[in-house]
Design a protein around this ligand. Structure first.
Ligand code: PLP
Length: 355
């Protein structure tokens, strides 16, 4: 009781939004608990097609395909798209599911240093010998809250005739003027070819993932993507919730803006208090502490003051870069944010993280 959650990916607070919950209940009642089938047998209802159409419209892309999770979307795409004649160039800090997806494909693999455009260019030059090149990056990186330099990536991709793939799990719904994601934020919506993202974070927080992009690509995935072909359809209630979440975001960007204002409040107050917050204007606000034990002890102490946060240390983050990762949500009030900053200040002083 009275504990504030500052470690969920519920960026927009939609997992407890009354309209999202009602939509889930209504869809459950009308369309049943589940399909007991994969999509291409008897697992496609009108709501699945409607949601795919809505996702494509939201991202301003031609088509979309649903998966049980974004992990599945990432596991399915590289193998379906790339052959041994092709190449994939991946940021070294990409999410585990991108790394696993790439492992499953037979393309030539290049790993460039985190957000290092010189290294990407060198790898693109090396990869010119291959038939097709795909640059794969997280749009926003979840450990540091930093944002991929998509303008530069797209410029290099154009120069070296590569396609660009972004994972938007920590961007969809709230980054950019209308919450479309990092491609909107950085003005490259027409240059990024493929987006994978999740319904399990900002868009209602239940489960589900998708790929959106050119129609021929989505058609190919429906034919060849193994997690799509061989795993059950999304349950109707989950589809209903995500669909309503997208409706709310397409009606207004007020929720995303409120989250951005609270992020700004937290970041500026914490910086003024003397903490170092990593990342750029992102609701993932890593409070950098360095020492693993300090991060863990401080997180425990925060909980005793009613603030739920988690310490991250090696091997989840590099040695010496332990932190407490705070995540801001639109459902936090200004008072909640201030309570969190006050608790950090007290706990930081107590444990010597602040003078
Ligand atoms: N990609 C990124 C960047 C993520 O952070 C996550 C979840 O942690 C995933 C993919 C997987 O998403 P899902 O939970 O929908 O499988």
């Amino acid at each position: 009781a009275g504990i504030l959650n500052f470690c969920a990916n519920n960026y927009l607070g939609l997992s407890s939004h009354p309209e999202v919950i009602r939509a889930g209940v209504e869809t459950l009642e009308r369309f049943g608990a589940g399909l007991s089938s994969v999509r291409f047998i008897c697992g496609t209802q009108s709501i699945h097609k409607d949601l795919e159409e809505k996702i494509a419209r939201f991202h301003q892309r031609e088509d979309a395909i649903l998966y049980a999770s974004c992990f599945d979307a990432n596991a399915g795409i590289f193998e379906a798209l790339l052959t041994p004649e092709d190449a994939v160039l991946s940021d070294e800090l990409n999410h585990a599911s991108i790394i696993d997806g790439i492992r499953l494909c037979k393309a030539n693999k290049y790993r460039y240093k985190h957000m290092d455009m010189q290294d990407l260019e060198a790898k693109l030059q090396e990869a010119q010998k291959h038939r097709l090149r795909l640059v794969a990056t997280d749009g926003a990186f979840s450990m540091d809250g930093d944002i991929a330099p998509l303008q530069e990536i797209c410029r290099l991709a154009e120069k070296y005739e590569a396609l660009v793939f972004i994972d938007e799990c920590h961007a969809t719904g709230f980054l950019g003027p209308n919450g479309r994601g990092t491609d909107e934020l950085l003005g490259v919506m027409d240059k990024v070819t493929i987006i994978n993202s999740t319904l399990g974070k900002a868009l209602g927080g239940a489960a589900g993932g998708y790929t959106t992009g050119p129609k021929p690509l989505v058609d190919l995935l429906r034919q060849r993507s193994r997690p799509y072909l061989f795993s059950n359809s999304l349950p109707p209630a989950v589809v209903g919730c995500a669909s309503k979440a997208l409706d709310l975001l397409m009606e207004s960007n007020a929720i995303a803006q409120s989250m951005a204002a609270k992020t700004q409040r937290f970041r500026s107050k914490m910086t003024a208090a003397g903490f170092t917050i990593s990342g750029q204007d992102h609701p993932i606000c890593p409070v950098m502490l360095g020492d693993a034990r300090l991060a863990s002890v401080m997180a425990d102490d925060m909980l005793s003051r009613g603030i739920y946060v988690i310490g991250f240390s090696y091997p989840v983050v590099p040695k010496g870069k332990a932190r407490i990762r705070v995540q801001i949500s639109a459902v936090h009030s200004d008072e909640d944010i201030d309570r969190c900053v006050e608790a950090f200040t007290e706990v930081g002083r107590k444990h010597g993280a602040l003078p």
